[in-house]
Design a protein around this ligand. Structure first.
Ligand SMILES: NC(=O)c1ccc[n+]([C@@H]2O[C@H](COP(=O)([O-])OP(=O)(O)OC[C@H]3O[C@@H](n4cnc5c(N)ncnc54)[C@H](OP(=O)(O)O)[C@@H]3O)[C@@H](O)[C@H]2O)c1
Length: 255
């Protein structure tokens, strides 16, 4: 049975829901009658206006503060979740970092710095891995659950023909390995949980904005289109798919 066909009175947690694809997920899930409770995390109120406005209109949406580089903020958010109901059915890790002011994707080995590489790993990979630790008790129950992590095709080692973007590529490859490895442990400890690494396709968000010039309009997805496509993939997941690296159209991607 696919994950989507089992969903009712479900609870979802979207991590990194202040903007972009994460906010798009929250927008779609609050309108999806299969979900009773939706939680969306934000790092700073300054960029979370859209999430707060949505929550004002939807009492079953709860914004939760969480900076994925501060593990204690994860612990606090998980405690809040557990206090209401110790079950989650869907988690989507939508946090990601490609550029931020002076922090720009490296075009050459000459631009590599320890600080930038470590920050890429911390935000893009380590945060998701720590959540697999803290969320195990909430994902482990007798109903199906999904932990989806938004990865990126540029994190595929086999598909790397262009080079560049060292920190982003390597941190997404690390995310893939961490989540694949967690999927194997969960298969023993929480066999109803399905993990998926999801490539969203180029999507019109802050993250892709500086790099959209070379992308043809039919290959640049709106956030709502991306979320609808990824929800179709998530709904179709079956236990045998756990740990797969999947594109927005459901195709397997090479590691
Ligand atoms: N857009 C694309 O074309 C594309 C393509 C392939 C993969 N992806 C992946 O898709 C995911 C979503 O990206 P997006 O395009 O929606 O980008 P985005 O609009 O820039 O959103 C990124 C999100 O990550 C959050 N975030 C960053 N650092 C954080 C931290 N330390 N703690 C908690 N949250 C943090 C941001 O919060 P703030 O508002 O606080 O900054 C924001 O909510 C990312 O994993 C990205 O790598 C995107």
């Amino acid at each position: 049975m696919s994950f989507g066909s089992s969903l009712q009175s479900a609870r979802a947690l979207i991590v990194g829901a202040s903007q972009g694809i994460g906010l798009g997920f929250v927008r779609q899930l609050v309108a999806d009658g299969r979900f009773d409770q939706v939680y969306g995390t934000y790092r700073r109120p300054e960029t979370a206006g859209g999430l707060m406005a949505l929550a004002a209109d939807h009492p079953h949406l709860t914004p939760l503060p969480m900076d994925v580089t501060a593990e204690d903020s994860m612990v606090q958010a998980v405690a809040t979740l557990q206090a209401t109901d110790p079950r989650l059915h869907l988690v989507v890790y939508c946090v990601g970092l490609l550029h931020d002011g002076d922090f720009q994707p490296e075009k050459s080995v000459r631009q590599l710095t320890s600080d930038q590489l470590l920050r890429s790993f911390q935000v893009n990979a380590v945060g998701a891995a720590l959540l697999t630790k803290h969320l195990l008790p909430l994902l482990k129950h007798d109903q199906p659950s999904v932990f989806g992590a938004i990865s990126a095709k540029v994190g595929s080692i086999g598909d790397n023909h262009l080079g560049g973007w060292y920190g982003y590529r390597a941190s997404k490859a690390a995310l893939n390995m961490l989540i694949k490895t967690a999927s194997l442990e969960y298969a023993r400890k929480s066999p109803n949980t399905i993990f998926a690494l999801l490539h969203p396709g180029t999507t019109d968000t802050r993250l892709s904005q500086p790099f959209q010039r070379g992308v043809s309009p039919d290959k640049l997805f709106s956030v709502s289109r991306t979320v609808a496509q990824l929800m179709t993939v998530i709904d179709g997941l079956e236990p045998a798919d756990s740990g797969d690296f999947l594109s927005w159209d459901g195709q397997q991607l090479p590691w």
